[in-house]
Design a protein around this ligand. Sequence first.
Ligand SMILES: Cc1ncc(COP(=O)(O)O)c(C=O)c1O
Length: 370
Amino acid sequence: MGISFDKVDGATWLKFEVHPATNAVSEADRTAKLKDPGFGRVFTDHMAIVRYNQTDGWHGARIESRANFPLDPAAAVLHYAQEIFEGLKAYVREDGGVNLFRPDANAKRFRNSADRMAMAPLPEAVFIEAVEQLVRIDRAWIPSGEGSLYLRPFMVASEIFLGVKPSAEYIFAVIASPVGSYFKGGPAPVSIWVSENYTRAAIGGTGAVKCGGNYAASLRAQAEAISHGCDQVVFLDAVERRYIEELGGMNIFFVFEDGSLLTPPLGTILPGITRDSIIALAKDKGTQVREEPYTLDQWRADAASGKLKEAFACGTAAVISPIGQVRSASGDFTINSGAAGPVAMGLRKQLVDIQYGRAPDPHNWIRKVL
Ligand SMILES: Cc1ncc(COP(=O)(O)O)c(C=O)c1O
C-alpha cells in the first residue's frame, strides 16, 4: 500500500502530559448538565490526544482541554473518510469507584479497524491508557445511578495531501460524554424496518470494522426506517438479500421456544463486544447459542408459528433492546406480542449488574479505573 507503519510497536506505552483544563465548566453548570444529559450532546472538560507521523511514530500524548483542533482543508480524512472510532463506557460502582467494561476488547477492535483502513495501528496499551487517564481526570462528569460516561476514541487521517493513498499522519483522540439511562423506566421494545433497498456491507468490504463511512452509508436506510414509523433499521446480506445481518448500530439475537439463542455469524457484521459477552453469559448457563445465518422468511415463519419467542438488539449504548415489531415492504409481524421478553431482560440485568460491579465478574471483564 506504499506506506509502512513502523515505529509503532516500539511505542507500546506513552507517557501522557496532563494539562488540566483552564476553561472547565463550573460545578453548578456541570450538575445542571448531568440532570438529563441524553445521549452524545454533553461533553466533559478534557480530551486525550496522540499524534502519529512517519518520523516520530506515535508521540505528543496529552490530556488537555477539550477544544477544536485545526485540520487543514486538504486533510485526507475530509476527502476519503480514512477514519475509525470506538465506543465504550465507564460506570460508577456503589462504592464510588469506576469500572470500564472490556476496554481491551475495544482496543483490539480499534487495531483491527486501523488495519482494514490502512491506518497506523495504535498500540492497545496506548488506547487503554488514554481512556483511563480521561476517565480519571473527568471523574466528576460520570453520572451516578443508571447513567454512565460514554467514551469515544477515534482516529483521523491528517496528512495534507489530495492523493488517494494511506495517510502518513494521524490524530488519535478520546472524548467523553455523560449519558443518562438509555431507557427511562426500563427498555421499551423497539420496532425495526427491514431494509430491502440498501445493504450495509459485502464480503471483503468494511462491515466488520468501525469506520465512519459505514455509518454515513446507513443513514439513508435509517431515514427510510423512520419514515415507516420504525425506530431502527435492520440490514440483510448483500449477496442473496435474505439473511439478517445487524441493525445500523447494534447486533441481533433470536430466542427460540427451546430456550436456545441464535445470532448471525461474524464476517460482514461488526463483532460487537456486547454480542460476545451475551454469548459467553448464555453459554455459562448451559444455553445453546448458534452463530448461524437466519433468513427474514424464517424469522417471519418462526414468529407466526410461535417457535420464536423473542428477538433483541444489543450494543454498548442500549445494552439490550427487545424487538417488538418488524416491518418490511413484504409485510409486518410482531414478536412476543410486542412486549419485552424474559430472556432479553434477564441477560440485560446480568450484564448491567456486572458492568456496575453489582455482580461477580467471572470472565474478568471489568477494569477498575478508580
Ligand atoms: C454496526 C454495529 N453493530 C454492532 C454494534 C455493537 O457493538 P458493541 O457491542 O461493541 O457496542 C455497534 C456499536 O458499536 C455497531 O455500530
